[in-house]
Design a protein around this ligand. Structure first.
Ligand code: AMP
Length: 213
């Protein structure tokens, strides 16, 4: 299956994509994770992307297109994938169509996870991350020992783009650039909208039901 998870930053796309990946046995492709890895390794691409990410702005489409084209040439995506955080603009959706046409695939379904903006600000400003990939929340999912990862014992950190002013910017970017994708995929008959304000397991069950898997 080839699936796109759409929704506001912090709306649960990453969490649901990880669960779906395990259930469906296809890779999760998170442009945010790929970009953060490039930033950590301080590649020229990562250094360029960091300027945008720290400001809560979208990384330019041309950079993202190349990144996705390269990722989709890898063999593990042949049977399907789950996009988490891509596409985020109409230009990216068009680029995806072109790449799909050249590689001979189309997207099966677009799952729009709908969460209120205020819930997002609460979720993201309390989020604490670990370098191992584990994610916590100071109120709803605290680690056993404050500031320390339960899984690997490393110190937790707050992503630089999880500060409130940056979160508000990311939400504004979503409204201006990403929301139009809802209409686009609705017209194509591929969109299903899920209430993302519910508990993680309920949202997951709703997604599986909507996908018919
Ligand atoms: P995320 O973890 O998906 O919220 O992404 C974190 C940041 O990475 C975003 O705020 C953007 O700056 C950048 N980013 C991730 N995916 C994309 C994308 N598809 N297009 C442009 N920028 C992106």
């Amino acid at each position: 299956m080839r699936i796109i998870l759409l929704g506001k930053p912090g709306g649960g796309k990453g969490t649901q994509a990880t669960m779906l990946k395990d259930r469906l046995g296809v890779p999760q492709i998170s442009t945010g994770d790929i970009l953060r890895e490039a930033v950590k390794r301080q590649t020229p691409f990562g250094i360029e992307a960091k300027k945008f990410m720290d400001a809560g702005l979208l990384v330019p489409d041309c950079l993202i297109k190349d990144l996705i084209a390269e990722r989709l040439r890898e063999q593990d995506t042949a049977e399907g994938f789950i996009f988490d955080g891509f596409p985020r603009t109409i230009a990216q959706a068009e680029a995806l169509k072109e790449i799909g046409a050249s590689l001979g695939f189309d997207i099966d379904a677009v799952v729009n996870i709908d969460v209120s903006s205020e819930a997002i600000v609460t979720r993201l400003s309390g989020r604490r991350s670990c370098q191992c990939g584990a994610v916590y929340h100071v109120v709803s999912k605290p680690p056993e020992k404050e500031g320390v990862c339960d899984q690997c014992g490393a110190a937790l950190y707050q992503r630089s783009d999880d500060q409130e002013a940056v979160i508000r910017n990311r939400l504004a970017q979503y409204e201006a650039q990403t929301r139009p994708l809802i209409d686009l995929y609705e017209k194509e008959g591929k969109l299903v909208t899920i209430d993302g304000n519910k508990q993680i397991e309920v949202v997951f069950a709703d997604i599986l039901a909507a996908l018919g898997v």
